[in-house]
Design a protein. Structure first.
Length: 138
């Protein structure tokens, strides 16, 4: 199984793979063989079937469901409110976010306060601004 680490625009930056797979391909990465061996390996990796645990996870996970980027989760684990974490993830200042929402910076700052209960309409506006699900702000 390969995990991809992406940037804020969902462009793949890194591919993380099990060490056993890496050991199998590292000589190919240094070879000047024209890529035939690497293509054969990639075709083999694509055919790997998930094990029982992976099947259980996949069966119980909606792959179309919106996800939360690791950087947003890390900021929230460190104690930051979800609104602030998403704003930072989207590289906005409080003033920029407030302007885009059509409110003052002071009002926006209150939205970022930890433990602040947001109205449904505010959650919808924030979700649109940060391109995420309104449920991220409940």
């Amino acid at each position: 199984m390969v995990q991809f680490i992406t940037d804020s625009q969902d462009r793949a930056l890194f591919a993380v793979l099990p060490i056993a797979d890496y050991e199998r391909v590292k000589h190919l990465l240094n070879a000047q063989s024209g890529g035939d061996e690497l293509e054969t390996f990639l075709a083999t990796v694509r055919k790997v079937k998930p094990n029982r645990c992976e099947k259980a996870v996949l069966a119980n996970h909606n792959l179309d469901a919106p996800t939360i980027p690791q950087s947003v989760i890390s900021l929230m684990v460190d104690g930051m409110a979800p609104v602030a974490a998403w704003r930072i993830y989207r590289n906005l200042t409080q003033a920029e976010a407030a302007t885009r929402l059509g409110i003052g910076q002071s009002a926006y700052s209150k939205m970022e306060a930890r433990g602040n209960k947001l109205r449904s309409s505010s959650r919808e506006k924030l979700a649109k601004l940060f391109e995420c699900a309104p449920s991220n702000f409940v």
